[in-house]
Design a binder for this molecule. Sequence first.
Ligand code: MN
Length: 183
Amino acid sequence: MEIHHGRHHAAYVRNLNAQIEKFPELTGLSIEAIQKNISKFNTAVRNNGGGHYNHSIFWLLMAPEGKRGEPSVELESAIKAEFGSFEDFKKIFAKEGLARFGSGWAWLIVTPERKLKICSTPNQDNPLMDIPEIEHGTPILCIDLWEHAYYLKYQNKRDEYIDNWWKVVNWNEVSRRFKEAMK
Ligand code: MN
């Protein structure tokens, strides 16, 4: 995690900052606004801006023991309504993560219709981006599927990484993001 945060995520931040120096119009935009307007910018902004945004959420979506909480009543009932049961939700999410070929992310989003949906994106793309080839919505949970996220500990076993990742999910933060997205 330290290498992931201190080297991989740091590189996205460094490279995004280098783009901001070249394109002053990026300066006044929040990181969310950059995602929502990503079609206006080059591939370096898409990859590194996406990389910075995705990792920024990812770190907050994990927490140490005692600080993770439980899904809120509202989130749990929305999950059950959409996916049948909490266990089924975890299975479908893990399946989406395993099915994503190569590098990318799996997401739980709130769609513009205020529905929960599971999806995945390639590379550092995310559901906020104004690009046609992805599902759109507000991310409330995500997992990094790049090998750099798990290779040192799990080698090629992405399934074991996802299984163990559930144990550190910060449900307080997922619930907070769900509430915010449903407003
Ligand atoms: Mn990563």
